[in-house]
Design a protein. Structure first.
Length: 127
């Protein structure tokens, strides 16, 4: 029993060591938010111990806010999960044409994509 508790504590400590807590500044929802379509499938790079499914070509992403690192985009019509010992809903943080982190809304923290992953989006027209 104590072995399970020790392993849980170790895994939890590892996960929190690579997170950086950042305040999300949400965008004004009085106007339609920016939306972006992914131009090609992307396999994001994740820190050791984390897994994430590829981001499919053609998926739509909505700009929901900003952190100090860049724009925070949430997938539209699907949930992206970052998995370690647990599964966390994840949004992506993009600066220019690089996916640099995953924002975990339930934790108010970012997990960095190491190294950054190149991404290409096309901005969709606003309604």
């Amino acid at each position: 029993m104590w072995i399970c508790a020790a392993l849980f504590a170790l895994c939890t400590a590892c996960a929190t060591d690579i997170e950086q807590h950042l305040a999300l500044t949400t965008i004004c929802m009085d106007v339609a938010p920016e939306t972006f379509r992914l131009n090609a499938e992307v396999q994001p790079r994740t820190p050791s111990g984390f897994r994430v499914a590829p981001l499919a070509k053609g998926t739509l992403w909505t700009h929901v806010g900003d952190v100090d690192l860049g724009k925070v985009l949430r997938p539209t019509g699907r949930v992206l999960q970052l998995k370690s010992g647990n599964a966390f809903e994840a949004w992506i943080v993009v600066a220019g044409d690089q996916l640099i982190a995953f924002y975990l809304p339930s934790r108010g923290a970012c997990v960095f994509s190491e190294p950054a992953t190149p991404v290409s989006f096309t901005e969709e027209s606003r309604p």
